[in-house]
Design a protein around this ligand. Structure first.
Ligand SMILES: [Zn+2]
Length: 102
């Protein structure tokens, strides 16, 4: 079953816990309620990307075929979608993401 929680920093969409209450994203390592008190999600995202967008957790392994750039594109694309509401490439990304997850 697919997790309902998505990391607002890196776009990892299989969080086991909501992005709050000191839960840590296994992908980007953001500790919610701690790191995001000091920095905005977009700042944390920029930091993660600047450090090479590496997988954070040594306990949770990345999904098969994990691609941080595609993950970020899907996340940022959805943000763009909320603002502009018209971008066919966003729809394509979303469709691609669904195919990968299935
Ligand atoms: Zn994350």
């Amino acid at each position: 079953m697919k997790s309902p929680y998505e990391c607002p920093v890196c776009g990892y969409d299989a969080l086991l816990e909501p992005p709050a209450d000191y839960n840590v994203c296994p992908c980007c390592g953001t500790e919610f309620g701690y790191h995001d008190l000091v920095h905005s999600w977009s700042e944390l995202r920029a930091n993660w990307l600047a450090k090479g967008a590496n997988w954070f957790s040594s306990y949770t392994h990345p999904p098969y075929g994990w691609n941080p750039m595609r993950q970020i594109q899907a996340l940022v694309g959805l943000e763009v979608l909320r603002v502009t509401k018209t971008d066919s490439s966003v729809t394509e990304l979303r469709a691609e993401k669904t195919t990968v997850a299935a």
